[in-house]
Ligand binder design. Structure first.
Ligand code: FAD
Ligand code: NAI
Length: 495
């Protein structure tokens, strides 16, 4: 009896403390304090983008010594690893967004955040030009601002390899509106298939969900789609659910080439069990309005009729990045993206740092890399500020005729502050969700690799991502969505 009482008391204390912590953190987050004002004597750091790289940068930045301006076409950070879950309503889109102002209002010095798309960077004049490309515009919808330092992290856009019909007929999965569009279209296909008198051939086509690209984006989306089908659609559309088929088309011999062989085999077996067809060694050549045209390993042309097509074949450089590369064509000659040195400085330009998916480095274009680069650059900026301060002090000491020992010590401090270690990437492992409450993980342990898969890995995947969400608010929202989906199921309204 006593044990039960002690246990109940411990749980109660835990709940009270936990709730208190959540309330206190939420209050603190929602009531930012005073900030230092804009100081025209300080250098201006312009940050392009508010994705993984820029957000990690802003989160760790001490901007006492800088005026910071953030420019991005969207006014929020998107937690991309959980985006596939939004396509079927496992998570609500708002749960994985974080307004950038929630972050910048907590910085030490006032920071400007402009919702705008940068279309030109002039590395000579050190300026950027940007426009408001949203539906509602004021009298001014385009301008130019100068920078002393530019943090360039605009990410990449969807790769289509110029394949005919992709842009017109396929959905992508990069932004939150892509996921919402997919969610609506899934239900649209199902309702169209359910329409009175629909011929069988059209039902079959409309219920064919095709995914092109067997990288992690394509695989995770296929896994989520399968869960929706199995856990929800079967109950509400019993006559149609059996007819739904999911096909994943991949040009290489296997999906997920970045994972270890046993995890690739595990994923392929799990997909087979879940009746997700995988067509490997099959290269899509053209996308028609209702049919994907591909070439298989025997060089035969194969056609895949579809109701919904999701295209996930990786990244390519954005137009603004390509323009910047052509301005610096004597040093920027990689087709993959911007070339940077080991300190993330853009080669051939002064005062520009570039990171994340817009760069061409030896690292994979992942959130993990971009966020580590963002944190690194925040440290670099602190060191640069310290160096500038010491240089000023040295100059003043010289003018005041300070003793040689004092001058030597200041000069040595400048040298120390100038000595910035190069960026070092620490790989924390690769994780992917593959559907049916299973995830796969390649984790570096000691000097080897641990390949894990299954239900336990799925809980690890969930806890890893919930802990990586940037705010407590998002953690609460995501955890609540997971609980809602488990208890109440997913919504099938075509909202
Ligand atoms: P992004 O995060 O893409 O940010 C780019 C920013 O630039 C955005 O804010 C954008 O609005 C802004 N921008 C665009 N154009 C302009 C412009 N002209 N002017 C100004 N701003 C501009 N990686 C992992 O490590 N683990 C995962 O589980 C994972 N899952 C993913 C799932 C999906 C569905 C996708 C699409 C990607 C996933 N990734 C994952 C990859 C990861 O999201 C990217 O590598 C990461 O977002 C790169 O960060 P970034 O800062 O370079 O670019
Ligand atoms: P990707 O580049 O990883 O994979 C694209 C796949 O499409 C490739 O396997 C390629 O062979 C295939 N492909 C290309 N053209 C094709 C064609 N015409 N026909 C058929 N197949 C074709 O792209 P993805 O999945 O969009 O990922 C982009 C980046 O984001 C990667 O670096 C990835 O690691 C990262 N990411 C990581 C995740 C995770 O760690 N869980 C989740 C999602 C993305």
């Amino acid at each position: 009896k006593n044990r039960v009482r002690t246990f109940a008391r411990t749980v109660l204390v835990g709940v009270v403390l936990g709730s208190g912590y959540i309330i206190w953190r939420s209050y603190d987050q929602r009531h930012p304090g005073e900030q230092l004002p804009h100081d025209p004597s300080l250098p201006t750091v312009v940050v392009l983008g508010n994705g993984w790289g820029s957000t990690a940068f802003l989160k760790d930045l001490d901007n006492t010594g800088y005026n910071v301006v953030v420019i991005s076409p969207r006014n929020y950070f998107l937690f991309t690893p959980l985006l596939p879950s939004v396509t079927v309503g496992t998570l609500s889109s708002r749960s994985i967004l974080e307004p950038t102002r929630f972050l910048t209002r907590h910085l030490k010095r006032k920071t400007e955040v402009y919702e705008g798309e940068v279309y030109e960077v002039d590395p000579e004049k050190k300026t950027v030009r940007f426009i408001d490309n949203s539906e509602i515009k004021g009298a001014v919808s385009g301008t130019e601002i100068p920078y002393d330092y530019l943090v360039y992290a605009v990410g990449a856009e969807n790769q289509t390899f110029g394949i005919k019909g992709v842009n017109e007929n396929a959905c992508f999965l990069k932004e939150v509106w892509d996921a919402e569009k997919i969610r609506t279209r899934i239900m649209d296909c199902i309702e169209a298939a359910n329409f009175a008198g629909q011929p069988q051939s059209e039902i079959d086509r409309l219920l064919s969900f095709v995914v092109v690209g067997g990288g992690p984006t394509g695989v995770e989306y296929a896994g989520e789609l399968h869960d929706f089908l199995k856990e929800d659609l079967g109950n509400w559309y019993p006559e149609l659910a059996d007819k739904i088929n999911i096909t994943l088309i991949e040009a290489l011999p296997s999906v997920l080439p970045m994972f270890s062989k046993q995890l690739i085999d595990y994923t392929m077996d799990s997909f087979k069990e879940n009746k997700i067809d995988i067509a490997t060694k099959t290269m899509v050549k053209e996308v028609k309005e209702k049919v994907v045209v591909a070439q298989n390993e025997k060089k035969e042309i194969v056609e895949y009729p579809y109701g919904l097509l999701v295209w996930a074949t990786g990244n390519t450089a954005r137009q603004v990045t390509r323009d910047l590369m052509s301005r610096l064509s004597s040093t920027q000659n990689s087709r993959r993206g911007l070339l940077v040195d080991e300190h993330m400085r853009l080669i051939g330009a002064d005062g520009i740092f570039a990171m994340g998916d817009c760069t061409a480095t030896n690292y994979a274009p992942t959130a993990q890399v971009a966020s580590q680069q963002g944190k690194y650059l925040a440290r670099v900026m602190s060191k640069l500020h310290k160096k500038d301060q010491l240089l000023k002090e040295l100059e003043q000491a010289k003018q005041a005729g300070a003793e040689p020992a004092k001058l030597d010590s200041l000069a040595n401090a400048v040298i120390r502050a100038s000595n910035i270690a190069p960026f070092h990437y620490s790989h924390q492992g690769s994780l992917a969700y593959i559907g049916s409450d299973k995830a796969i993980a390649d984790l570096p342990v000691f000097s080897g690799n641990l390949a894990a898969a299954g239900l336990a890995t799925y809980y690890f995947w969930r806890s890893a991502y919930i802990s990586q969400l940037f705010s407590l608010r998002n953690r609460v929202l995501v955890a609540t969505d997971w609980l809602k989906t488990k208890v109440l199921g997913r919504d099938v309204s075509r909202a």
